[in-house]
Each structure stands twice: as structure tokens, then as C-alpha cells.
Design a protein around this ligand. Structure first.
Ligand SMILES: Nc1ncnc2c1ncn2[C@@H]1O[C@H](COP(=O)(O)OP(=O)(O)OP(=O)(O)O)[C@@H](O)[C@H]1O
Length: 542
């Protein structure tokens, strides 16, 4: 007992002595000297430490240090879930729904990279007041030199030329074990820059670009507007398995930099979307862009007069983008010369309105853009200019495409968007009525299943019915059933008519005409187009 009392007494006297020394030093030493000795002590301690430290200051002279911003964004991506950060700052930009987490002043956070533990500390100190000469700015008016001096104290608003230099000095300090420094420093900083770029891209508004005639001469080959299409893979009505395959393919592509490098391939991928109108080809493109966070370049080939213009346009697309050519079968006469042109070559015209062609067709066609010019970008030497780009071509008539476009290796994935199946219908029911039909009676569900297979309606047709009646779920379902049954009957009638025509030797072309004119009937040939195309591809592959 006496021993414990003695130790408490000696501890108290030690603390008293330390307090006395501190007060004495504060009285005797001027603040500058105190600061210098503190710095010296810190440095001396760091010499013996097993850690090394890297300061990342917010300002590099008068310029902002990019690395500081990147570190801030990077740390904010996991600060809210990190157990090591005890106090976080929260910020949200005006008109933004994104909350950014940051490290509070002088707080620290741990991170692990390649199995190596590191620590970041955010240091904020008050900037020492600047000499008055620094706070003044010279000006000359009518040959007379004048000088402006800002007489405000810190934190008061400053002239705009100083506004970029904050009153506080902010910086991050990275602490790494000395033995790990050479192992990870560069790759760790690269990873931080990449991650920060990704976060920036996800936070900022994405754009959809389009080209128009003469925009190149105006100095802006692409015109852009914010891209806000709400379509996602969740809202897209299609076979879930097919959807999963596409999503996996996209995910592999986006994460495949090393793979493409290793295999000597340009980091790009091509998708051909085909199927009847209203089956969701455009919605699929929007879903792809939203899934990957990419921007879209909607390339109107009719506005591109020549291969060289096309090259200029494509060279000005950014990476992490989807380059879309919709309705490739009808917007241009892209034949390699292997097929006689069926339609006027819409893609090329001169600006001269007085030429005979312009008079006759409204445009003066001057066919200088070719399929090989286009394929050079999707497939050839130029495909490597820019990286991480996706090409998407869409068509309602895959059978009308030049075989060169379909050759293996051209478009990596051919995706058939077809009529609504029962699994796809369930997604539409969920989108519009808030249930996947699980609250339907067994009879209604099986009726729907049967009717949707026979009706051969596009998701667009079905959406139309559901959206009209979405306030009353039961009515919506019963009306949909009615419409689908009527459509199925129409198809059957049409099927019978077709058989009769065939037995009477009516030409195929006439049959096609009837199909187009029929308000309800869907040609079996159209219905089977996806299957046929898929079968053909399978045969080719074998
Ligand atoms: N698979 C689908 N999933 C969800 N909605 C769809 C789907 N297909 C069509 N829709 C609905 O129909 C509308 C039109 O579809 P979309 O423009 O994507 O079809 P498309 O196949 O590109 O047609 P087109 O060939 O005429 O361009 C969409 O806005 C969407 O509301």
C-alpha cells in the first residue's frame, strides 16, 4: 500500500516538473524558436522511425495540386465505411444529390494496397499572414503606375487574383513503412489517380454527342447535351439470362485493359443489335451507357460526307464512350461494292444546292464514304486511336446488311432484341404496375403466359397498354390480356392466309407487303428472323 502511494507521488512530481518546464520554456523561448525546436524534434524522431512520410499539399505554388484533389476524392470513396476514420466532413455541391465524405482537419484514415498498410492524415494549418507587398497588386492606367493594396484581415474577401489562394494551408500526409515505399508508391498513386477519375466521371453529368452537317467547320465536330436516359438493365424487358450475359460481357470489357494489352488487341468492342422496331434497341444502348458510366456519341452517318470527315469525327471521341450508329441498314448505302445499291447513297452530299441531284433529291449525293472507311475504325488500323470504346450498330433488318459487317471478328456480339416473352413481360409488369405478377391468380398468370407467346407483341406495344391503365392494376392486366388475345387471333388468321397464298403460289414479296399492311398480323418470317440469324451464326461458327 505504502509502495503504491510512493509511486503515485513520484508520478505527480514528474508531471509537475514537466508542467513547470513547459511553462518556463513558453516564457523564455520566443514562439518562432519554440516552433523551430518542435520541428527539429519531429524531424529527429522521424530519422529513427521505420516510417517515411510524403506530403501532398493542396497548392503547388499558385496552381492546384492535382494529386491533392485525387487523394481527397479517393479517400472519400471509402471514408464513410472505414473503421479508422473517427470524424468526417460532409459536403454536397449545389444542385447535386451526391454527398462527399472527407477527412476532418488533422484526422487520419488507414488504407491497404497490395497487402501493404498505409495511413493518410489530413493536415490543415492557418496560413501565416503575408507581407503587405505580397497582398498588393500593381496596375497601369494611361501610362501611370498605380498600386492596389488589400487592407482586409484574413478571411475577408480578397481581390479575385488572390481568391485562388486559400487562407488555410491544407495537405495530406501519407505514411508508409520505409521497406514498402519502393514496392508500392508509384502504383498506389496511379491507382489513386485512376479511381479519382472514375469517381469524377460518375459524379459529373454525362453527355450525349451528335454530329451535324458543317459542325467540323464551326470548330465543334460534336454537339453535346446532358444524357439523362433512365433506362437501366433492371428496367429492360428481355430474357434474364441473355441480359446477364450482356452485362458480364460489358463488365469484362470495362475491366479488361490488361487482357487487351496482353492479347495485342485494341481495347474496343462491337455490338450489333437487331430486331423489330420497339423491342428496345435504343433502350439497351442507354442501359449500357448507364451501366458503364460511359458517354454516348450518336453518329449520324447521313451527316458525314466522306471517309476523311468520319475519321476526324471518330478521332475526336473520348475513351469510355459508346459510339452508336442506329439503323445502319437504311441510313447509308454502306456496301463494299459487293452488292448493288438499293437506296440512294444517303451518306454523302456536297453543300452545293444547285446541282441536279440536290434539285431532284433534296441533297447532292457524292458517294465518298464507304463501308471499308467505317470498318477501318471499328476493326482496322484506326480502331486503336482512343481506347475503351464500344461500337453499337442497330438494325431492324439484319438480312439487309452487307456480309462484310457480319463477318466474324467485326461485331463481337450479335444481340437479337425480339418480341416480348413471359420473363420479359414480368419485368414490364414490375416497371409499370409495381409487381411481377406474383399477386395474379394462377389462371390469370397462365393466361398471360400463353397469350404473350402467341401475340408476338413488342415490349413497346405492351408498355403502351400498361402505361395507360397503370393506376388500376387489375384493369391493366385484363386489358393487356384482351389486346394480346386479339393480336394472337390476328396472327393466326394471318398465318392461315399466308399458307393459302403459298399454296396458290403467291410471290414472297407480295407476302411481305401484306405483312406490312396487316394491322395485327406479324409475319412468321419476321418473328423467326432472330432465330434464323442465330442459327446461321451458329452454322458459320461450326
Ligand atoms: N425491351 C424493352 N424493355 C423495356 N422497355 C422497352 C423495351 N423495348 C421497348 N421498350 C419501350 O418502348 C419504347 C421504344 O423502344 P426503343 O426505342 O428502345 O425500341 P427500338 O428497338 O430501338 O425501336 P426502333 O427500332 O424503332 O428504334 C422505349 O422508350 C421503352 O419505353
Amino acid at each position: 500500500m505504502a509502495e503504491r502511494k510512493e509511486s503515485w507521488t513520484s508520478l505527480a512530481s514528474l508531471l509537475g516538473t514537466l508542467a513547470f518546464c513547459q511553462t518556463f520554456l513558453q516564457l523564455v523561448l520566443p514562439p518562432e524558436l519554440r516552433l523551430a525546436s518542435l520541428k527539429f524534434l519531429t524531424r529527429a524522431l522521424r530519422c529513427f522511425s521505420s516510417y517515411c512520410y510524403f506530403d501532398v499539399a493542396e497548392m503547388d505554388g499558385v496552381n492546384t495540386n492535382e494529386l491533392y484533389n485525387a487523394v481527397q476524392l479517393y479517400l472519400s470513396s471509402f471514408a464513410s465505411t472505414s473503421a479508422s476514420a473517427s470524424r468526417l466532413s460532409l459536403t454536397r455541391a449545389r444542385n447535386s444529390s451526391v454527398t462527399t465524405f472527407g477527412l476532418s482537419n488533422n484526422d487520419s484514415i488507414a488504407d491497404v494496397f497490395d497487402g501493404v498498410a498505409v495511413q493518410w492524415e489530413h493536415a490543415v494549418t492557418q496560413r501565416q499572414s503575408q507581407p503587405s507587398s505580397w497582398r498588393s497588386i500593381p496596375d497601369v492606367f494611361d501610362g501611370v503606375a498605380v498600386q492596389w493594396e488589400h487592407a482586409g484581415t484574413q478571411r475577408q474577401s480578397q481581390p479575385s487574383s488572390w481568391r485562388s489562394i486559400p487562407d488555410e494551408k491544407r495537405g495530406f500526409t501519407l505514411r508508409i513503412k520505409k521497406r514498402d515505399k519502393d514496392l508500392i508508391l508509384n502504383s498506389y498513386l496511379d491507382r489513386i489517380m485512376d479511381k479519382a477519375n472514375d469517381i469524377r466521371r460518375n459524379n459529373q453529368e454525362r453527355l450525349i454527342y451528335t454530329n451535324s452537317r458543317g459542325s467540323e467547320s464551326r470548330g465543334r465536330p460534336w454537339e453535346a447535351v446532358p444524357f439523362k436516359h433512365p433506362s437501366t438493365f433492371d428496367t429492360l424487358a428481355m430474357d434474364p439470362e441473355k441480359k446477364r450475359d450482356i452485362m458480364e460481357d460489358l463488365r469484362d470489357f470495362a475491366a479488361g485493359q490488361a487482357f487487351y494489352q496482353r492479347t495485342g488487341r485494341a481495347w474496343k468492342r462491337g455490338y450489333l443489335l437487331y430486331g423489330p422496331p420497339g423491342t428496345g434497341k435504343s433502350s439497351m444502348i442507354a442501359a449500357m451507357a448507364n451501366f458503364l458510366g460511359y458517354e454516348i456519341y450518336d453518329l449520324g452517318l447521313t451527316e458525314v460526307p466522306s471517309n476523311s470527315e468520319l475519321r476526324k469525327l471518330l478521332m475526336k471521341t473520348s475513351s469510355k464512350s459508346i459510339i452508336v450508329i442506329e439503323d445502319i441498314d437504311c441510313s447509308v448505302n454502306l456496301s463494299n461494292g459487293s452488292k448493288a445499291p438499293k437506296a440512294p447513297p444517303l451518306q454523302s452530299y456536297s453543300a452545293d444546292p444547285d446541282t441536279p441531284d440536290a434539285v431532284s433529291g433534296g441533297k447532292n449525293w457524292n458517294n465518298t464514304m464507304t463501308l471499308s472507311g467505317l470498318l477501318n475504325f471499328t476493326d482496322g488500323l484506326w480502331s486503336c486511336c482512343g481506347s475503351e470504346r464500344i461500337f453499337v450498330f442497330t438494325t431492324n433488318h439484319i438480312d439487309k446488311l452487307d456480309p462484310a459487317l457480319l463477318r466474324s471478328g467485326r461485331m463481337d456480339m450479335h444481340i437479337c432484341m425480339s418480341y416480348c416473352s413471359y420473363p420479359a413481360l414480368k419485368i414490364l409488369l414490375h416497371n409499370y404496375l409495381g409487381s411481377e405478377g406474383e399477386d395474379l391468380s394462377e389462371v390469370a398468370a397462365s393466361e398471360l403466359r400463353e397469350a404473350v407467346e402467341k401475340a408476338k407483341m413488342t415490349p413497346a406495344d405492351i408498355s403502351e397498354v400498361l402505361i395507360k391503365k397503370r393506376r388500376n392494376r387489375e384493369k391493366a392486366v385484363s386489358e393487356l390480356l384482351e389486346v394480346m388475345k386479339a393480336r394472337a387471333e390476328g396472327n393466326e388468321e394471318y398465318g392461315g392466309l399466308r399458307e393459302k397464298c403459298e399454296s396458290n403460289g403467291v410471290e414472297e414479296e407480295e407476302e411481305e407487303k401484306r405483312a406490312l399492311e396487316s394491322p395485327k398480323g406479324v409475319s412468321d418470317r419476321e418473328d423467326d428472323s432472330c432465330k434464323k440469324a442465330e442459327d446461321q451464326e451458329e452454322k458459320k461458327a461450326n
